[in-house]
Design a protein around this ligand. Structure first.
Ligand SMILES: Nc1ncnc2c1ncn2[C@@H]1O[C@H](COP(=O)(O)OP(=O)(O)OP(=O)(O)O)[C@@H](O)[C@H]1O
Ligand SMILES: [Mg+2]
Length: 362
């Protein structure tokens, strides 16, 4: 159920929309006959969506949009401008003022309901915590390097709380990229029947400001593995606590990897410019079927010598590359010193490419 604020000086329209959204969808309607009181109500208890008329006595709908966008508590709520002013220039003015969508009156109740449903769904998807899986079933293509640097880029860029998870079962290296010993690690979670937030919290390493990491055990677990319920609970706990979770998945389709691929909101497939990596990526996409349809493929040049052209990779995979990370001669030193380029050398080619990629994809 959503709380929807409707601001319109036409009392019949207010009642009609109220009836529609309460009866058909069970939403709660909050009505306002003028802009000033509408903004007041929105600030007191921010709605999940606002429907705003333009021409009203006193404050116009455009002013309402601007006021809602200015206040932090209503800055990101979806706003639909519903107005008799239906020209393209009116639409432009509504969007300029901060509305997300514009609909011209008269409108059928079916169209309006569809629009409301769509806006609410889009907003809740955007507000959902994010888990991004970085994956390749071919080892050594730079999955760990890109996971470390994507997280470093995003934590440097803003106030986002980010958690990196190294799910490698064979002594993963993610902590090393930040100059940390991988202690504690997730091995303890394999022994617990139920895991809670406190247990997970105790395992996190803060590797730089705002950036936490759950490390992989140095000594690979023998005859034990992370099971689906544990990985699922772990992701739920981390999504609750962080704005973004980035998972470095191992180059094997084990239960932990498939669980992450099932539950993550995005998966980046990493490929290098060599026939073996291209073949494995082709196979991976085929194995994952429908699920892999929208996965961006990123070419990471781990060596300075390109063997397969980007065009050829795109032809084999039948999809465009979402981006390329160039070979960076300073990456080896960055790893040896435990100082990710994205944190310590933002002008390095690898760091710049990561900035572009994260801007585009996240
Ligand atoms: N763009 C790049 N330029 C230069 N070196 C790179 C680049 N990307 C990765 N490397 C280097 O390539 C090596 C392999 O990278 P990384 O460990 O990240 O790969 P991986 O896919 O996680 O491997 P594994 O399968 O072992 O987990 C590392 O030494 C890393 O520093
Ligand atoms: Mg790795």
């Amino acid at each position: 159920m959503a709380r929807i604020l409707i601001i319109d000086d036409d009392p019949d329209l207010l009642e009609m929309i109220k009836l529609l959204i309460e009866r058909r969808r069970g939403h709660e309607a909050v009505l306002s006959a003028d802009g000033e009181s509408g903004v007041q109500k929105a600030l007191e208890q921010p709605p999940d969506l606002a429907i705003v008329d333009v021409m009203m006595p006193g404050m116009t709908g455009y002013d309402v949009c601007r006021r809602l966008r200015e206040a932090p508590e209503t800055a990101s709520i979806p706003i639909l401008v519903l107005t008799a002013r239906g020209q393209p220039v009116d639409r432009e003015a509504a969007l300029q003022a901060g509305a997300d969508e514009h609909m011209a009156k008269p409108v059928t109740m079916t169209d309006l309901m569809e629009k409301i449903d769509g806006m609410l769904a889009e907003h809740s998807a955007a507000a959902r915590p994010h888990t991004i899986a970085m994956a390749s079933l071919k080892g050594g293509v730079g999955v760990t390097t890109l996971a470390a640097n994507a997280a470093a880029t995003l934590s440097r860029a803003g106030a986002r709380a980010i958690c990196l998870v190294d799910l490698c079962p064979s002594s993963g290296h993610l902590a090393l990229h930040f100059g940390h010993r991988p202690r504690p690690d997730w091995s303890k979670l394999m022994r617990e029947d139920v895991i809670d937030a406190q247990a997970v919290d105790a395992l996190l390493l803060e590797v730089s400001a705002g950036l936490h990491l759950l490390a992989s055990p140095i000594v690979p677990p023998v005859e034990r593995a992370l099971r689906r319920p544990t990985v699922k609970a772990l992701l739920e706990i981390l999504e609750e606590r962080f704005d973004l979770v980035i998972v470095d998945t191992p180059s094997i389709l084990n239960e932990a990897t498939t669980t992450v691929l099932d539950l993550s909101s995005d998966t980046w497939l990493i490929v290098t410019a060599d026939p073996a990596a291209v073949q494995t990526t082709f196979g991976t996409v085929r194995a994952l079927g429908e699920r892999a349809k929208g996965f961006p493929v990123i070419l990471n040049e781990v060596t300075s010598t390109q063997r397969t052209s980007p065009d050829a990779i795109e032809r084999v995979l039948k999809r465009p590359l979402a981006g390329t990370v160039p070979f960076d001669p300073d990456q080896a030193k960055a790893l040896a010193q435990g100082k990710p380029l994205a944190l310590h050398r933002p002008d390095a080619p690898l760091a710049k490419a990561m900035e572009e990629l994260t801007n585009e994809l996240i």
